[in-house]
Structures are given as C-alpha cells and as structure tokens.
Ligand binder design. Structure first.
Ligand SMILES: NC(=O)c1ccc[n+]([C@@H]2O[C@H](COP(=O)([O-])OP(=O)(O)OC[C@H]3O[C@@H](n4cnc5c(N)ncnc54)[C@H](O)[C@@H]3O)[C@@H](O)[C@H]2O)c1
Length: 360
C-alpha cells in the first residue's frame, strides 16, 4: 500500500510516515515546510510544495499512480495566531483544504484521512467527551477544523471519496526510535515547561489550581504520538470497512491527567524534584477534558500502548537529541503564518480545548 501524507514533515505527519514505513506501507510526503522540517523527510519520497498547488498534486499522482489513500495533516495549528490572523488561518486551513480535496478528486483519490482536533468539542460537566458531544469550537483555529470536517462531509456525500476524521487530543512524546519529534526547542505545553524546569532549574508554574477537577489543576488527555501514528496505520488498513461516507474517531488515552498528576509522573521518571510555583488561571484557559475511546477500539481495534511515563521519557530523550537531528534553523518561515515562531508562544498541544484568549 502506498499513501500520500500531506504535512508529512511535521511533528505528527512525520511520525505517521515512520509508523507506515515500519508497517510496510510506503509513505509519499508532500509538505511546504512552513513549519515542518526537511530532516524529517530524509530517505523518504518527498515533494516540497503546497496542498493547494494543483499541478504539483497532479505530478505526485502521475509519478505514484498506486497511491491508495491520503493522510491530510497539513495545517497551521497555533491558536493565538489564528485569533491574530483569522484570514490567514481560514485561507491556510480551509481554502487550501478545499483546493486540495478538488485536486484529490481529479486524481481519483477515494480515501482521505483528515487530522482533526479535540478543540472542536464542548466538554460535558464531567469533563469527558465522545464523538457525539456538541461541536462548539472556541477559536478560529478550532473552527477551521470543524468547518473542514463539514466541508469534506458535503463533498463525500455525492463525490467518489470517503473521509475519516481523526480527532486528536494532546499529543506528547516522540518516535520511540527517535527519528522524529517536536520541532520546537522550547515547547511551552505543560510537559515542555516541566522539561525546561528540570533542565534549567527554574520553577514550573501551575496556572490555575481552582478548576473543577479532582485536584483543582487543568485536565488534559495526553496521547503518545506513536499511538496516534499507530491509529493511522490501523485506519488505513481498515478504511474500507468503516461505516458511512464519513466517520469521526477520537484519539486520546481515555483517561485525563491533571497538571499535578503529570508533574508527579515527571518527577517519578526523572528521579529529581522540580520547583513548583502556583499561579492563577490565565485568561481564556479552560478546565480541559478527556475522551472516551470506545469508538476507536471498536472501529480501529486501537488502544494506546504507551502511558504518560513513556510520553515523558520519549519527550526527554527527544529533547536531548533534537539539536543533533535538526541541524539548523527552520527551513522556511512564511511571514504570513508566523507559525514557527509564534508556536513557541502557545502551540495547540498545550490545550486543544482552550478558548481563544481574545474571546470576549
Ligand atoms: N499537535 C497537536 O496538538 C494537534 C492536536 C490536534 C490536531 N492536530 C492536527 O494535526 C495536524 C498536524 O499537526 P502537527 O502538530 O504535526 O503540526 P506541524 O506544524 O508540526 O505539522 C504541520 C505540517 O503541515 C505542513 N503544512 C502546513 N500548511 C501546509 C500547506 N498549505 N501545504 C503543505 N504543507 C503544509 C507544515 O510545514 C508542517 O510540516 C494538523 O492538521 C493539526 O491541526 C494537531
């Protein structure tokens, strides 16, 4: 089986490509490198370019007529950037995805796996969600994901393509074989902040200790990026047996982890204490949520294999190796997206369920 991975030079797409390779599925990568890294494409079929570039997509399919499915991970993902630049985000994530699906249809693509997000949900009072929970995106970024899902559903209703949306919760960790991981040197999600506190002996700041969670700190559903990648392999293998023209499946651990629980796991893994400072909630923060994963189990036969300690361990290993693997500055930073730099401020994986800080 051969699969085209759009955004295959990014954090998740490159890990999906590795999992495909390990599973005997041949990945063909296309990526504009707006936030992705050329190093992550080494030794893999790679096309540099944009998902909206029709002639490029035509060329890829002409050169790989045996591509049987497409994984669409290409997007800008920084929530505050999407607030600051809604036009740029709607263009990058929605308009280009519309062009992309038109190019895919023209080239006879029948199977599309779309990277969607937990950020589209409104969590229930018990802070859990499933695929039937209300869709209520709270930021322009999250809305682009929900709108893409709706747009693909309209297309799949009458056109010869079926679409599976995989809604990721909070990815952590790296490829256990350390081929790829987060591009950022200083990720600012909670785990990234803990790694920084550990390395630089600065305090780790818990923002918000009065949330309606079991210990008052924010709740996230961390899912190891390798487990996410394995879910894509399962989805590609089982694609034709999935029900309907479109389907959506949540990918999370099935259990939430609070900030204090993450900290305890981190200290256990490293064997060293971390200085902690408690601060009040930041504007726009939310309690968070975790997902029920019965649908992923039933339809994909998938369950996460890695726990939070593995995610911490692999993140630490990657943090130590990252500079060696990523030898230079990011290959390309588009002025419009601001993504590579702004992502250092607040990546989506800090909290996909976070409201926009600028939202009234
Ligand atoms: N990381 C998360 O926390 C998270 C959570 C939920 C969903 N997602 C979704 O997963 C997907 C991958 O996210 P990621 O964390 O790997 O981000 P990433 O920034 O590492 O990867 C995105 C990749 O897409 C490429 N890209 C962006 N726009 C493109 C375009 N127009 N044409 C070609 N390539 C383009 C980038 O260069 C990059 O390599 C995204 O669709 C994102 O919305 C991510």
């Amino acid at each position: 089986m051969k699969v085209l991975i759009a955004g295959g030079a990014g954090y998740i797409g490159s890990t999906v490509a590795s999992a495909c390779l390990d599973a005997g599925i041949c990945p063909v990568i296309m990526d504009s490198l707006v936030t992705g890294r050329r190093e992550f494409t080494a030794g893999r079929a790679f096309y540099l370019g944009d998902i909206a570039d029709g002639p490029l997509i035509d060329r890829i399919f002409a050169e790989h007529p045996d591509i049987s499915a497409v994984v669409h991970c290409a997007a800008l993902i920084v929530v505050p950037d999407s607030v600051a630049d809604p036009v740029g985000y709607w263009r990058a994530n929605v308009a280009k995805s519309l062009e992309f699906v038109a190019h895919l249809l023209r080239n006879g693509c029948r199977r599309l796996v779309f990277s969607s997000s937990a950020a589209i949900y409104r969590a229930g009072a018990d802070l859990t969600v499933d695929e039937d929970s209300p869709i209520d995106p709270q930021s322009p970024y999250a809305r682009t994901k929900a709108v893409c899902e709706a747009m693909f559903a309209d297309v799949a209703a009458t056109q010869p393509i079926r679409v599976l949306s995989l809604r990721y919760f909070n990815p952590v960790g790296a490829d256990p074989r350390m081929r790829t991981g987060l591009q950022l040197a200083r990720p600012t999600h909670a785990l990234g902040q803990m790694i920084r506190a550990h390395q630089e002996e600065v305090p780790f700041v818990i923002t918000g200790t009065d949330w309606p969670t079991r210990d008052g700190t924010g709740l996230r559903d961390y899912v190891h990026v390798w487990d996410l990648a394995a879910a894509h392999v399962a989805a590609l293998r089982r694609f034709d047996s999935l029900p309907g023209q479109t389907a959506a499946i949540n990918l999370g651990s099935g259990t939430g982890t609070t900030v204090r629980e993450l900290l305890a796991a981190f200290i256990e893994v490293t064997g060293r204490p971390v200085q902690v400072r408690e601060a009040s909630r930041r504007p726009g923060d939310m309690a968070g949520a975790c997902t029920r994963i019965e649908r992923a189990e039933r339809l994909l036969g998938w369950r996460p294999q890695y726990d939070i300690a593995d995610g911490i361990n692999h993140s630490l290993q990657w943090a130590a190796l990252r500079e060696k693997i990523l030898t230079g500055v990011p290959i390309s930073i588009s002025a419009g997206s601001l993504a590579a730099t702004a992502r250092a401020t607040l990546p989506e994986h800090e909290n996909p369920l976070r409201a926009s800080p600028n939202r009234p």
